[in-house]
Design a protein around this ligand. Structure first.
Ligand code: NAD
Length: 382
C-alpha cells in the first residue's frame, strides 16, 4: 500500500531522494516538502512536481503525510526529529542520527512512546552490491573472516558542496559524515563491535571553499579531519578503519574482507552499485607447483562475482524509506532500526572518545545483523 511522504530540507541530497523515489519506488509518493527557507521548498516542489511546499510547521500539521524524511544539516537532526515524532509521523532521518548515544536514545524513546517507527541513513547496506557481498561471505566463499580494512580517503566536501561549513563543526568531520556508511557496512555484514582504539589527526586545519556563494573564503575546522582506528568485533574479527578529509589520492582498498580461504573486495560502501570480487586461496597455492601462463595469470587477479539483487543505480537513496514503509505496513521491524542506529552512533562517539583519551573504548550497545534481502526479489518487495 502506498505511503505518503514529506521531505524536510530542500538541499543537495533531496534531489537524489526525489529522483530515485519517483523512478524506482512505486509504493512511496512524495506529496509535500518543506524548508526553513520557503523559497527553497517552492523551488524543489516545482522541479519535482510536488503538490505542497510548506514551512516545517505546516508540513508537520498535514494529516496526509505519514513519513517525514529529515534532510536538514546534521546539527538540526535531533531537534527536528523530535518535532516530527511529536507530530505523530514516522521518521526517516539522514545521517548522522545524533551527535551522541544519549541524544539518539532520547529520540528513540520518544518514538516508542508515540508509537511511531524510526529509520536512518545510510541505507546503502541494503544495496545490491553490499547485500551480494554479505551473501557470498555467509556462503563461506572466503571461509572464516578474521580481518577487514575499510578506507574512506577524500579531501573533504568543500570542492563540491555549496555549504561545507556544517561538515567542519565540532563533532562533525569525516567520521560523522562518512563513518556511518562504512560502520553500517561492517556491522550489517560482520556483526556488532566490541571495542575500539582510535587516533585522530588534522592535516589541513584551514579549509578553503571552492564552490557556491562562499567560494574563496577560508575557515578553520573545529573537528579533527582524519581518524585511524582498530575495531574488535564481537565475532573476533579485527577491523582497520580509516576515514579522512585530508587525503588527495590513495591506493588503499575501500573495503576488503580477509578470510582463511580467500579475500572479498568491494569498491565503495558509500555507493549502492558495487560489484564484489573474490580471490581464492587456490589461485595462490596452485602456482607453487604449476607454472602455466594460465595459473600464473590467475594468481594475479580478483574475479568479479555477480550481483544477486535488483541494482537500483550506482549512487541512490530511498531504499531505507521503502524498508521503513514496508515495516509500518506489516507491523514489523525495519532494517536500519533503533538498535543499529544506537550502535553506529555509539561507535562514532567511541572513536572520538578513544582518540581523545588514548584508551580503548568498550561498546555498551549491541545489535543483531539486519535481516538480509532475499536473492531474486524485486525492488518494491525487499
Ligand atoms: N549532499 C550529499 O551528497 C549528502 C549525501 C548523503 C547524505 N547527506 C546528508 O543529508 C543531510 C542534508 O545534506 P545536504 O547536503 O542536502 O544539505 P544542504 O545544506 O544542501 O541542504 C539542507 C537544507 O535544509 C534546510 N534547513 C536548514 N535548517 C533547517 C531547519 N532548521 N528546518 C528546516 N530546514 C532547514 C536548508 O535551508 C537547506 O535547504 C545531511 O545530514 C547530510 O549529512 C548529504
Amino acid at each position: 500500500m502506498k505511503k505518503y511522504i514529506g521531505i524536510l530540507g530542500a538541499g543537495v541530497i533531496s534531489r537524489t531522494y526525489l529522483a530515485d523515489i519517483k523512478t524506482f519506488y512505486n509504493d512511496l509518493e512524495v506529496i509535500a516538502c518543506a524548508d526553513v527557507d520557503i523559497e527553497r521548498a517552492k523551488r524543489l516542489a516545482s522541479e519535482f512536481e510536488i503538490k505542497k511546499a510548506y514551512t516545517t510547521e505546516e508540513l508537520l500539521q498535514d494529516k496526509e503525510v505519514e513519513i517525514v524524511i529529515n534532510l536538514t544539516p546534521p546539527q538540526f537532526h535531533v531537534a527536528l526529529d523530535k518535532k516530527i515524532i511529536e507530530s505523530g509521523k514516522h521518521l526517516f532521518s539522514e545521517k548522522p542520527f545524533a551527535p551522541d548515544l544519549q541524544a539518539a536514545r532520547e529520540v528513540l524513546k520518544l518514538a516508542e512512546a508515540k508509537g511511531v517507527k524510526v529509520g536512518c541513513a545510510p541505507d546503502t547496506f541494503l544495496s545490491s552490491g553490499l547485500q551480494s557481498l554479505r551473501y557470498y561471505l555467509d556462503m563461506n566463499l572466503i571461509g572464516k573472516p578474521f580481518f577487514v580494512t575499510a578506507n574512506m580517503t577524500t579531501f573533504g566536501v568543500e570542492t563540491w558542496h555549496p555549504n561545507p561549513f556544517p561538515f567542519y563543526l565540532k563533532n562533525s568531520g569525516p567520521l560523522s559524515d562518512m563513518g556511518p556508511y562504512y560502520l553500517s557496512a561492517i556491522v550489517s555484514i560482520l556483526g556488532p563491535i566490541e571495542s575500539i582504539a582510535a587516533f585522530d589527526a588534522t592535516a589541513n586545519s584551514t579549509r578553503h571553499v571552492y564552490v557556491g556563494e562562499a567560494a574563496g573564503e577560508d575557515f578553520k575546522t573545529e573537528t579533527p579531519t582524519h581518524y585511524t582506528s582498530i575495531l574488535r568485533l564481537r565475532s573476533g574479527v579485527a577491523v582497520n578503519f580509516n576515514v579522512s578529509f585530508d587525503i588527495y589520492k590513495s591506493n588503499l582498498p575501500m573495503f576488503e574482507i580477509y578470510g582463511d580461504q580467500g579475500t572479498l573486495t568491494y569498491p565503495d560502501p558509500n555507493f549502492g552499485g558495487g560489484t564484489p570480487k573474490i580471490y581464492r586461496k587456490e589461485q595462490y597455492t596452485d602456482a607453487v607447483y604449476q607454472t602455466s601462463d594460465e595459473v600464473i595469470a590467475r594468481k594475479e587477479k580478483f574475479y568479479e562475482l555477480p550481483e544477486l539483487f535488483p541494482r537500483v543505480k550506482d549512487y541512490s537513496r530511498g531504499i531505507g524509506v521503502l524498508d521503513l514503509a514496508n515495516a509500518i505496513e506489516t507491523h514489523s521491524d525495519n532494517r536500519a532500526n533503533g538498535s543499529l542506529i544506537m550502535h553506529i552512533t555509539e561507535a562514532i562517539e567511541g572513536m572520538i572518545e578513544s582518540a581523545k583519551s588514548g584508551a580503548f573504548y568498550k561498546m555498551t550497545t549491541t545489535c543483531e545483523r539486519p535481516e538480509p534481502l532475499i536473492p531474486g526479489g524485486n525492488i518494491n518487495t525487499i
